[in-house]
Structures are given as structure tokens and as C-alpha cells.
Design a protein around this ligand. Structure first.
Ligand code: ADP
Ligand code: MG
Ligand code: MG
Length: 902
């Protein structure tokens, strides 16, 4: 191939040649170093080797043709610019070799500093520094340490032990107390460690050091921890990393030098101010490594006012340029400030909202951009109750925040024990090494789940998210011993019954009960906090962005609610109607007996009696809901689940009957019930007699519900209210089913409504794949479609939802068969295609056909964007998801050029 290619691929870019938009090619670090260089900021000169070179290396196992020569050319021009040659014994140029992928992968890949030092140039370096031997030997020992560890896989502890030993011999804990002779000795010790582990001497040839370091950075892309991290963060595996070769600047030249990190605002809260750490007389990683105590950045003002002022100026400039929170790394070499890195900084959910609001105030971005900068997942996070973390609570372990929320409870180690204690009213936390499908009951019973193994796609994580249950997975500091009913973490032993608290957002684990505080964002949605009149910056910003989202969005947002209380809450959360009012629960509780009579009815008379007894009860339910939703549409779904769900379980009934017979009691009624239950037993109830099928089989059932709905609407209107009922027929697969129901319903509605002015729409769910595929026909008989994406997913994939999530989804996620459960986020290729077909063909047959969705997908951010793009009129979701759906519907409607926010 290459032989036919007349133009050699460009693999190396000088910093002056790149810019911030070239992250794919130059990685985040390289692109931003180029951007800063071109802004005229003080960046040490250097060049970037592209991700393309890395990818070529990783696929072929060797550096691509032309790379070596291009590196040579760029190195030469760097040497010319600096007036020094790499590793020159008298006046050496030193460089760092730094990894940098498109998405930041903190601590996942490798960096080597001080490349170019050897036994001879260490003397040259000392001379450059005015005879500062200590500095030169300190730099050299750092090179051997980093090079050994990251390029040659020498165990890092060995170097650390050697360093500790010298400090101990010297009677100090502070590395600054080591003098040049100590460090020279340390270099010898390091070299021995190096030779022992690699079977060769530490390479003295500077160019060999450089090439090996570059190759090590390439290889670090496929290090195990990098692979794991990518999987967890859903970063594609084939991006590769760039390599930055940067002229060294030295923060370890003495007290007038140092190194630091800073944020342009607080990444935790978003508050404005100066957030950073500084460490004098130190190099690179020392700041974050906690080797010595850093000082707050503000103290730099006393140490070096000129550099401090310059730094603040640069930070302001960067914020203005990136129009966002930036984080930076810098070094001061003898009073001269150098910028070593910047990027748009990661932040918490709260900070994301606060900062977006501030940037609007500052005129840096508009409200569209602010809306683009936040997302529904962050908003959802802010709606969970949080732990009130005062001083006394220190986490004992940190795992992966696998399913958000804050949960405290007594530790249990088995599913059975979880069920037992929960039945006694205790809150329990189920602790396992990892969970498996047998733990399902325990997971349901527990307040939270804590595992010591597994990531975001482990069984525990997937199932917990599906249930909306708090979960921390992979807390690997925990030693879980199930047979002994205890776990140990550090010096602590936690036995069954001891209380722990887990934070499913941060992944932190605490001993004891941490008090929980409600979310101020929920208080705001509940109307308990006035956004115009609070000093809570988060609430103000959420309010402002929500208001903008509401103005921007085309999708309406309704809620799924079956009771007046749910309806009222959802309305406070901004719901614009009910998209799914289930009527199932209206058949439970003390109404069961009526339902049994209905099912057991031997003749028309008995059945009608049961139905007329149910009618006023249902009517009262609907009146309550219509009142709460006054003026807003309410979609009522006619009864859906299989009837046997309303009857006692077969086994229990059989035992009861047998026992009663034994005692010689009259069991005629029980026997009839048992016979009915036997008759109605289904192997696959989800695919059995339910929904419209039930309505067509039991005469009068749907008619009673339709009558109750119409009468309730009329009653509300007579009281001066407005009711807008929409009757929804579930599980329709063929237009004939709907036509049959419709004919009867229209007759009843006409009779009940009379001249009251009440209007009742009749439509259908689209949840059977056949309905989606024959939507053109079905639309003839439907005034609206509501996509039941749970069933559509279930039947589209052939998955029984109740079984598959616990049984094998974790494996599918692990294998990457899907990136996220199709019950969580709609499978746009398959199930989504059914939605699209039905929407298009339905609207073609009946222009203006109202289209909505009422699965839990209605509150899932990505799914909302999809439904927007398909042109639906509304989404409907549980009350707590309503704000998330409003926000995402707004985000879907705006177009911005905004940057990749990962
Ligand atoms: P990471 O991606 O883990 O932050 P970096 O490549 O940024 O790794 O480098 C690690 C540390 O070394 C940082 O503190 C950085 O500022 C420092 N460093 C990197 N290159 C140089 C250089 N040329 N001169 C001085 N310090 C450097
Ligand atoms: Mg860095
Ligand atoms: Mg359904």
C-alpha cells in the first residue's frame, strides 16, 4: 500500500501546527498544548506524534514507515530552536514524553520526564543550573525511576523502597533534605535495580531513551487498566493515544521554582475563585503524588507575585477562550512561568449547572449553549437524596458508583438473610463479592447493594440500575467472607448486622449510618424553594436552564401516574398531562373479591353484578385523577395484565383447598376458584390472555371501564372542571381488534356524554411488533398512538424482561452485544426502527395523528433525543423523570456547535 502512496503521511506536528479542534489526531493534551502555543502563552516548545502513528504501531507491531525520520526532523528543529542538543554532555536538551488520548484517561497511561539525561549529561545539566548538583542528580534519579517503571516494567516499589531507605539513613521524611551526594548514591541504587530487573544497563544513549519511551506510551494504550477504564467510560478501544515530546522545564531548581495544578473555578461546586495546589522545589507528579504537603495556590502570591499575577491572567484568558472551566498544570522555573497542560475540566453535576449559569451571566455563552453543557443524567443525579457529610465521616473504601443514590442499612451477606430482615422492617445492604441471578430476591429486598468485584456492567450494577436501587460495585478494598458473615476493610471488621452507608454516585463506602438530606433541586421542583429568592446558586441555575429548555423544546412531557397523589406531584414537576394511567391497581386490595366474582361468574347476571359493583369505584378513581390534571390530557389504559394476576397463586390455593377438605369444611367456593385458576394458568403469561384480548373475551369488562371514564369526565365537567380523557387500548396487533373495541366504546361514550361537551379520544398502544408494521391500517381506527416501548422491546427482542436482566444481560454488556440495556435506553436500530415505521405510516394514513411514548424510555436522555428526531408529540415517564425529560427535550431541540463534553 505505502509504496503506491506518493505523499507520506504526516505523523508529527509541531505545537505551532495544531489547534484545540484536532483532538482526534493530536489527543486532548497535544491539541490544547498547540492551542496555548498559538495563543502566545508560555508553553515549552515541542511536538506531537499523532494517534494515527499509534494506531499503525498497534496494528502492525512496529513504527510506521517515515515516523522515525519525521521525529528526527522535528527533534532537530527543536534542538535548533532551543540551542541545545538532546542529551548533549555539555549542554543537554531534556524532554518529557507524555501520553495524551482524545479523552482524558486520568492516570491510565504513561509519562516519562527528563529524557536525555545520562552519566555524562547529568554533569552538563548541573553546569546549566549554575553548578546545582543536587538538582541534576535529582532529575537523573527521577528519569531512571520513571523510565524503569513505565518503559521497562520494573516494579515501582523497589525504587520507592530505595528512596525511603536513604531518607531513613539520613533520619528524615523530607526528600528536600537529601543532598547531591545522597542523590548520586540513589542513582547508583536505582541503576542496580534497573539492571536486576531488565538484565541490561540503564540506556545511556538519549535517542534510544526517547524511542523506547515513545513506544512505551503507544503500548500503554493497551495496558490492562487502560482497557478497563475505557470499557467503563465507554471510550472506543480503537482511538489510540498521541505522544507529546516537550522541552523540560524545571520546578526542582530551588525555592524560586515549583510546580502546581489549578482549576479556574471549583470543580466541586462551580464557585468562582482560585482553586489549586502549589509545591515549591518540585517536579511534575510530586503535586498530586502527595510526597510533600502542597500549599493552596493563593500562597504563591507571597512566594512569587509576578508569576502568580501572570498565572491568574492566563487562567482568565483560558476561560474566556475556552468559554468553560479549565484545569491547568504549570511549572515555575526560577521565577519563569510555564504552562504544561490545560483542558476543559471535569466537574460534578452541581458544578455543571452552576458554571453554565455563571458563564451566561458573564456573557461568555448563551442560554442554548448553557443548556447544551448540562444533561439529564446530571439532573437526575442532583435529584437523589445525598449523604450529609460532615467532618466525622470518612469513607473506608471507594468502589464504582454503579447505581446512584444514598443508602444506609444493616449488612447482610446472603439473599435469604436480606429477605428475612427486610420483612422485619429493617433496612439492609446486601454485601457480596459479586452478585449472581440467585441474589435477585435479596437485591429486591435490600436498600442497597455493595460488591467488591465487578464494574459498571457487572450483574450487580446492571440489575440495580434496572431496579433504581443504590449500588456500589467493585469496592476492591473489601475482603468479603460470606461463610464467616463478615467483611474486612483496612483495619475494620464489619459483621452481619453492622450498619454501613453507601453512595451510589461517588462509589464511597462509610461505616455507620450517615444522615441523608433531601435534594434541594427536588425541593425546588416541589415548589418549596423559590428560585427567584434563594442564595442557592444551583437552584437558580437549574431554574434558569429548565425555563430555557421548556421554551426550546418541541416535545411535550407527560407522566405515568395511577393515583391522584402521583398526578399532583408530576404536575408540580412540570408534567403536561398523563401519558399512561394504568388501571390495574384499581382491581387490587379490597376489590379483589369483586374481581374474583367477575372471573368466577357462571352466568351473564353474576358477571354484570360484579361489573356494576366495580363501576362506581373506578369512576371515583378517575374523578380524582381528572381533577388533579384539570385541563390536561389523561390517557387511561384499559386493563392490561393477565387476569390470573388478580387471583391467589395456584399452589397456595391448592393447599388451602386440600387442608379445608381434610377438615371436612365446605370448600365449594374455593374449589371453583381453584378450577378457574387452573383454567387460566398460562405458560407464558406475557404472551397470553391480556390487554385487548381480555377485553374481547370477557364481555362487559372494557365497557365498564369506558363507562367509568366517561362518567368521571362528565362529573368533573359538571363541577366546572375540564377533563380531557384519552382511552388507550393495550396490546393491539391488528386493526380488527381495535375496531371491535372502538365500536362498543363509541356507543357508550355517546350515551354517557350527551351534551356535556366532554370529548373522549380513542387510541391504541403500539407495543406488539405487528401493530408497528401495520400502523397504516391501525391508524384508521386510532386517534392517537402511544408507543409502549417496554413491551415493544420485550417482543421485538423476544426478551422476557423479568427474567433476562438478572439472568444474562450482564454478560451481554460485558461482551458488548449492547452498550446499555435496551430496557434502559431504546435500541434505535431495531425497536426504534419499529417506532419510526409506525410513526411514518400512521401519520401517512391519518395526518395529525397524535404520537407519544409511555415506556420508561420516555425519561431516558438518549431515548428522548431519538423520540424527538422521530417527530413524536410527547414522551411520558414516571414523575421523578419528568424534569429530566423536559431538560433533554430542550437539548434535543437546540442545535449548537458545542464541543464534545466527555
Ligand atoms: P498526566 O496526563 O498524567 O497528567 P502529564 O503528561 O501531564 O501526565 O505529566 C505528568 C507530570 O509531569 C505533570 O505534572 C506535568 O506537568 C509534568 N510535566 C510533563 N512534561 C513536563 C515538562 N516538559 N517539563 C516539566 N514538567 C513536565
Ligand atoms: Mg497532566
Ligand atoms: Mg404493555
Amino acid at each position: 500500500m505505502a509504496a503506491h502512496d506518493p505523499v507520506e503521511q504526516k505523523y508529527v506536528y509541531d505545537f505551532a501546527e495544531g489547534n484545540k479542534d484536532l483532538k482526534d489526531l493530536l489527543g486532548g493534551k497535544g491539541a490544547n498544548l498547540a492551542e496555548m502555543t498559538n495563543l502566545g502563552l508560555p508553553v515549552p516548545p515541542g511536538f506531537t506524534i499523532t494517534t494515527e502513528a499509534c494506531k499503525a504501531y498497534l496494528t502492525t507491531g512496529r513504527e510506521p514507515d517515515g515516523l522515525a525520520a519525521q521525529i528526527e526532523a522535528h527533534l532537530e528543529s527543536l534542538e535548533r530552536e532551543m540551542g541545545r542538543r538532546l542529551g548533549d554532555p555539555d549542554d543537554p536538551l531534556l524532554v518529557s514524553v507524555r501520553s495524551g488520548a482524545k479523552f482524558s484517561m486520568p492516570g491510565m497511561m504513561e509519562t516519562v520526564l527528563n529524557v536525555g539525561l545520562n552519566d555524562r549529561s547529568v554533569v552538563g545539566l548541573s553546569n546549566q543550573a549554575g553548578g546545582n548538583d543536587r538538582f541534576a542528580w535529582d532529575s537523573y534519579r527521577r528519569l531512571i525511576q520513571m523510565f524503569g517503571k513505565t518503559v521497562c516494567e520494573v516494579p515501582g516499589e523497589e525504587f520507592e523502597h530505595a528512596l525511603d531507605e536513604i531518607k531513613r539513613a539520613k533520619g528524615t521524611h523530607n526528600d528536600l533534605d537529601l543532598d547531591a551526594d545522597d542523590l548520586r548514591g540513589l542513582v547508583d541504587a536505582y541503576k542496580q535495580i534497573f539492571a536486576k530487573h531488565t538484565g541490561r544497563e540503564f540506556p545511556q544513549e538519549p535517542r534510544e531513551q526517547l524511542d523506547l519511551a515513545i513506544r512505551a506510551v503507544f503500548d500503554s494504550w493497551n495496558a490492562e487498566r487502560a482497557i478497563l477504564y475505557r470499557r467503563q467510560e465507554r471510550i472506543p478501544a480503537d482511538l489510540g493515544t498521541a505522544v507529546n515530546v516537550v522541552t523540560m522545564v524545571f520546578g526542582n531548581l530551588g525555592p524560586d521554582s515549583g510546580t502546581g495544578v489549578a482549576f479556574t473555578r471549583d470543580p466541586g461546586s462551580g464557585a468562582q475563585g482560585i482553586y489549586g495546589d502549589y509545591l515549591a522545589n518540585a517536579q511534575g507528579e510530586d503535586v498530586v503524588a502527595g510526597i510533600r504537603n502542597t500549599v493552596p495556590l493563593q500562597e504563591l502570591e507571597q512566594l512569587d507575585k509576578t508569576s502568580y499575577d501572570q498565572l491568574l491572567g492566563i487562567m482568565a484568558r483560558l476561560e474566556e477562550h475556552y468559554k468553560d472551566l479549565c484545569d491547568i498544570e504549570f511549572t515555575i522555573e526560577r521565577g519563569k512561568l510555564w504552562m504544561l497542560q490545560t483542558r476543559v475540566g471535569k466537574r460534578t453535576a452541581a458544578a455543571a449547572f452552576v458554571i453554565a449559569g455563571q458563564l451566561v451571566d458573564e456573557g461568555l455563552i448563551d442560554l442554548d449553549e448553557a443548556l447544551h453543557r448540562v444533561n439529564g443524567a446530571q439532573l437526575a443525579q442532583l435529584m437523589f437524596p445525598r449523604f450529609q457529610l460532615d467532618h466525622e465521616f470518612e469513607p473506608v473504601a471507594k468502589g464504582i458508583g454503579a447505581s446512584p443514590g444514598a443508602a444506609s442499612g444493616k449488612v447482610v451477606f446472603t439473599s435469604a438473610r436480606a429477605v428475612e430482615l427486610a420483612a422485619e422492617g429493617e433496612s439492609v445492604i446486601l454485601v457480596r463479592r459479586e452478585t449472581n441471578p440467585d441474589d435477585l430476591n435479596g437485591m429486591i429486598a435490600a436498600k442497597g447493594i455493595l460488591t467488591s468485584r465487578g464494574g459498571k456492567t457487572s450483574h450487580a450494577a446492571v440489575v440495580a440500575r434496572g431496579m433504581g436501587k443504590t449500588c456500589v460495585s467493585g469496592a476492591d478494598e473489601l475482603e468479603v467472607n460470606v461463610p464467616a458473615k463478615k467483611f474486612t476493610v483496612g483495619d475494620h471488621v464489619v459483621n452481619e448486622g453492622d450498619v454501613v452507608s453507601i453512595d451510589g454516585t461517588t462509589g464511597k463506602v462509610y461505616l455507620g449510618e450517615v444522615p441523608v438530606m433531601p435534594s434541594e433541586v427536588v425541593q425546588y421542583f416541589e415548589g418549596e424553594l423559590d428560585p427567584e429568592n434563594t442564595d442557592d446558586a444551583l437552584v437558580r441555575s437549574v431554574h434558569r436552564i429548565m425555563t430555557h429548555a421548556d421554551a426550546a423544546r418541541r416535545l411535550r412531557v407527560r407522566t405515568n401516574a395511577d393515583t391522584g397523589a402521583d398526578a399532583a406531584r408530576a404536575r408540580r414537576f412540570g408534567a403536561e398531562g398523563i401519558g399512561l394511567c394504568r388501571t390495574e391497581h384499581m382491581f387490587l386490595g379490597d376489590r379483589r373479591e369483586l374481581v374474583e366474582r367477575l372471573i368466577l361468574a357462571s352466568g351473564e347476571r353474576e358477571r354484570e353484578d360484579a361489573l356494576s359493583a366495580l363501576l362506581p369505584l373506578q369512576r371515583a378513581d378517575f374523578i380524582e385523577i381528572f381533577r388533579e390534571m384539570d385541563g390536561l390530557p389523561v390517557t387511561v389504559r384499559l386493563i392490561d395484565p393477565p387476569l390470573h394476576e388478580f387471583l391467589p397463586p395456584l399452589e397456595q390455593l391448592a393447599v388451602n383447598v386440600a387442608v379445608a377438605q381434610e377438615r371436612g369444611e365446605d370448600v365449594a367456593k374455593e374449589e371453583a376458584l381453584l378450577a378457574a385458576v387452573r383454567r387460566m394458568h398460562e405458560e407464558n403469561p406475557m404472551l397470553g390472555l391480556r390487554g385487548v384480548r381480555l377485553g374481547l373475551v370477557i364481555p362487559g369488562l372494557f365497557a365498564m371501564q369506558v363507562r367509568a371514564i366517561a362518567e368521571a369526565a362528565v362529573a368533573v365537567v359538571r363541577d366546572g372542571g375540564t377533563a380531557c380523557p384519552e382511552i388507550m387500548v393495550p396490546l393491539v396487533g391488528a386493526v380488527q381488534e381495535l375496531e371491535t373495541v372502538r365500536a362498543e366504546a363509541e356507543r357508550i361514550i355517546a350515551e354517557v356524554v350527551g351534551d356535556s361537551g366532554v370529548e373522549v379520544l380513542i387510541g391504541t398502544m403500539i407495543e406488539v411488533p405487528r401493530a408497528a408494521l401495520t400502523a397504516g391500517q391501525i391508524a384508521e381506527a386510532a386517534e392517537f398512538f402511544s408507543f409502549g416501548t417496554n413491551d415493544l422491546t420485550q417482543m421485538g427482542w423476544g426478551f422476557s424482561r423479568d427474567d433476562v436482566e438478572g439472568a444474562f444481560f450482564w454478560r451481554y454488556l460485558e461482551l458488548g452485544i449492547f452498550g446499555i440495556s435496551p430496557f434502559e435506553s431504546i435500541d434505535t436500530d431495531g425497536v426504534g426502527r419499529l417506532v419510526r415505521i409506525a410513526a411514518e405510516e400512521g401519520r401517512a394514513a391519518r395526518p395529525g395523528l397524535k404520537l407519544g411514548v409511555c415506556g420508561e424510555h420516555g425519561g431516558d436522555p438518549d431515548s428522548v433525543h431519538f423520540f424527538h428526531s422521530v417527530g413524536l408529540d410527547y414522551v411520558s415517564c414516571s414523575p421523578f423523570r419528568v424534569p429530566v425529560a423536559r431538560l433533554e427535550a430542550g437539548r434535543a431541540a437546540i442545535t449548537t456547535t458545542g464541543s464534545d463534553s466527555r
